[in-house]
Design a binder for this molecule. Structure first.
Ligand code: BTN
Length: 247
């Protein structure tokens, strides 16, 4: 497998096949083997995991990786790493597919032309946060929830190693900005790439469905849902769907 060039602080651990790079990150963190800024990369995953207990189909040709971050921040702040990751992936993909409309979808998907092209799953095993990232490089699996696309479908011929190098470079940049300056600059840049900002949105929560206008992010990263009744409602977790699309 071709090795990517990663920025100096990051080190690569590559696997032909593994159950899940996030699961491997958990094992390493739990056993004391994890090192900060280790990047676990697998050509395929046999038990790739998505958000909310979903499976993540992980065929050869797509990118499956987990970055082991040791933020030395309270866990509540560490959740902001999902915006660091989403922003980094969106910038990396925008660089690789310059004509495409690449957007960040709350809380941590990346869309191209309104179709999902990347998803992220963050898991905490203190003091580490495992930032798992999947990018549809060649294959766009056909999940029930969202339309999907791939870099290849956008005309980009990059291989997973190249995509990994690009996204880790952006991740290093934004992670350092976040550590030095806090969430504000990350939030501003993320909002500039946000999908559906200012438009109607339906949020499917664990026990209810809420509707309103996606009016922004608060200073912690919660989605602000303007329901037309008083102050915007803060949404901390859920699936969001935008009007007029499946997303
Ligand atoms: C989602 O959109 O539901 C999140 C998908 C996250 C997939 C990545 S692939 C690498 C890492 N290992 C996993 O098992 N999941 C994440």
């Amino acid at each position: 497998m071709r090795s990517p060039d990663l920025p100096p602080s990051f080190s690569l651990v590559a696997f032909e096949s593994i159950d899940s790079t996030n699961e491997e990150g958990r094992r390493r963190a739990a056993s004391g083997q994890a090192r900060p800024d280790e990047v676990l990369w697998a050509r395929t995953q046999t038990q790739g995991r998505g958000r909310r207990g979903r499976a993540w189909i992980s065929p050869e040709g797509n990118l499956h990786c987990s970055i082991l971050v040791r933020p030395d921040r309270p866990l509540a702040d560490a959740a902001q790493l999902s915006f660091v990751a989403g922003l980094s992936v969106s910038e990396a993909l925008a660089g690789l597919a310059p004509g495409a409309d690449i957007r960040c979808k709350w809380p941590n998907d990346v869309l191209a032309g309104g179709c999902k092209i990347s998803g992220m799953l963050l898991e905490a095993v203190p003091p580490f946060v495992i930032v798992g990232i999947g990018v549809d490089v060649v294959h766009a699996p056909d999940p029930a929830l969202y339309p999907t696309t791939s870099l290849r479908a956008l005309g980009c011929l990059a291989e997973p190693a190249e995509v990994l190098a690009a996204l880790v470079a952006r991740f290093g940049h934004w992670r350092d900005v976040w550590l030095a300056q806090g969430f504000a600059p990350v939030r501003t840049a993320w909002l500039q790439r946000a999908y559906g900002l200012g438009g109607p949105v339906t949020v499917r929560l664990d026990t209810e469905t809420a509707q309103g206008v996606f009016s922004g992010l608060d200073e912690t990263g919660a989605l602000l849902l303007d329901t037309g009744h008083g102050a915007p409602r803060r949404v901390l977790a859920g699936d969001v769907f935008f009007a007029g699309s499946h997303l």
